[in-house]
Design a protein around this ligand. Sequence first.
Ligand code: TRP
Length: 447
Amino acid sequence: MGNGTENREQWGSRFGFIMAAAGSAVGLGNIWRFPYITGQHGGAAFVLVYAAIVFSIGVSVMLAEFVIGRASGLNAVGAFKKLRGGAWPIVGWMGVIAGFIILSFYGVIAGWTIAYMIKSFTGLMAAGAAGKAGDVFGAFVTNAPQVVAYQVIFMVVTIWIVYKGIGEGIEKYCKIMMPALFVILFVLIVRGVTLPGASKGLEFYLSPDWSKLNGATVFAALGQAFFSLSLGMGCMITYGSYLSKKEVLPSAALTVAALDTSVAFLAGFAIFPAVFAFGIEPGAGPGLTFVTLPNVFAQMPGGMFFSFLFFLLLFFAALTSSVSLLEVCVAYFKDEMGWTREKASWLLGAVITALGIPSALSLGGKFPKIAGKDFLDAMDFISSNVLLPLGGIFIAVFVGWVWLESGKKEANNEGKVPFAWETAWVWIVRIVAPVAIAWIFVKGLKW
Ligand code: TRP
């Protein structure tokens, strides 16, 4: 027990690992959440704050997670047990719990993407042409059996990939889906920015509105950065545990953060020009993707095809992320409880799917609200705004204060590879990240 390091599975190549880690990072958070949050928080001004957080605190915490994972060769809980023990494994525990919670509602929204791929060909465009995509959405999310059915389909695909393992499952499929995602995104951007009237959308997206910049913006940017980079719950610890000792970690963290940020930023180029070209309100809020965009696609020549492509893009993004969430839980039960991968994947996957059913029902108002929030929003809030930042603080403090010398050695492969930003990294994990996250957390935490 507690020793998964012998014969542990490994990534087959650096490319495969980067695709898997970027696959985890690039998800609904980038394509569904980032554009509308940017729209709500002052466009380009928000993008700048966001990028500053990603490339200081974000990459540093990611590197800290890779380092903890590779040094221990274990899951999030086992890693802390092995490297220090004491109360530290609680950080890993919080991560595994966050994994259960996030995947429970993530699977629901990801299921919508499958439904919408099909709807692209069955009436969504006709409704959109009449500006009625909102009705389609309303009818869909209140139809509980349908929402749950698509959630189950999505979860079965997720479970199956995780059950296949690291190399033959997660890595293999991320190596296909991530490049495909970039190609689709590129097609949609070209389509978007070449529409007549697209420039108004670019202006909205790119001209900074500094007046909207305040404490709430910074809080939103930090929460978004942690969620988008898959940080604070041991996801990158788990992925790091399958890395070979030869891999260079600092550049891997930079590459993953850069890929993640590019996709988020580029998604805005696929979306806003099209929205403005057809004179549709950039419907602030989560409905942007499932309501505004179908209305937009319906007015384009070949809209059916672009609508399908867009939801396929979202599906790939969601699937490469959901497997990483499940893997955090599976790795824990495998390493620490001695379960087989098969048992852990199917059993935990089933439990998480069941946990997601209240979220699935809450959208149609069929589940009681929790202190005024829909169940799904409440789950999102507890995980993204509470568990992830707390996890981030503890991970930074662990590497910065408790385990620094070993951490540095792991980060520069015992001095064998150059690590140009080592000093910056050390100060960020020691001081900047814990203080900044704690400060923003205390100031910004509003239910
Ligand atoms: N990063 C993913 C997204 O942007 C979601 C995700 C996957 C995640 N694994 C995670 C979020 C771990 C937090 C922690 O959609």
